[in-house]
Design a protein around this ligand. Sequence first.
Ligand SMILES: [Fe+2]
Ligand SMILES: [Fe+2]
Length: 306
Amino acid sequence: MNSVVPNPAAAVAGTDSPPQNWRIAALDALRERDPVAKVEAVRALDALVKAQGAQSDERWNPGQRIEAPADLPGRPERPELVEPRLLQRRSMSTPQGRVVLLHALAHIEFNAINLALDAVWRFADMPEAFYADWLTVAAEEAYHFSLLRMRLADYGHVYGDFPAHNGLWEMCERTRDDVLARMALVPRVLEARGLDASPPIRARLKQAGDDESAAILDVILHDEVGHVRIGNHWFRYLCEARGLDPHAAWLALAGQYDAPKMRGPFNFEARRSAGFDETELETLAAQDAEAQAAAEARKRPGGARQ
Ligand SMILES: [Fe+2]
Ligand SMILES: [Fe+2]
């Protein structure tokens, strides 16, 4: 087992010699602050790894523990990060409202690049396929970010023009010491929420006549099913390796790490395609029914208030 401090000068793209240590290269991409350069670094590394063919390659260095640098994640000066309650919500029927939404989605995708890269470099002793999977996810997130960035440009805006919140990276930090917690709570909770959120947002964009933005949502939903499936796969792999029951382990981790409450409506079809099993879907349906019944009860005259 060896330990290294990454070299900040090492770059993925634009150098003569390709990186020999792919997890360090992922960390360098994570540290990159400029969004366009980050996207390029991820694309270059993904292309390099895919060109080499084999998922099982010693250049992942699974046995290597890499020291965390202090400057994570690399992100631009803007957007300004604020409390979620301070973010504006606007109707999607106006161009300004759609820009705010597209910017929020771009911010999610920018964070998603960082989250996937973090899974690549941070966790030692995983199979090479784990690193290859999360680099593929990072490359798809980079593509999603690029699509939204271009769409924002159509509206005369750039990423950074509106404030954003830091909730996604905070969950990444909270789960930095345990790959099982990371798999349980980032892909299976945060990314899975995207599966539920996409169809209604897409429908409202369509209704507003913004077919191009709606088409981007189609691409994202398609790919996100794959990301959640990858998360489910590795979550179950780790549960098996540790002799844990996946359902009990998930409930325990959700409590321990204060996972956001799951609220419907749920996209059961997408969640099923993403590898959630029937027991997990039934649990979600029961939680949703309970929440709806409580909401109905509150609406009735004299209903309980919480
Ligand atoms: Fe994405
Ligand atoms: Fe994703």
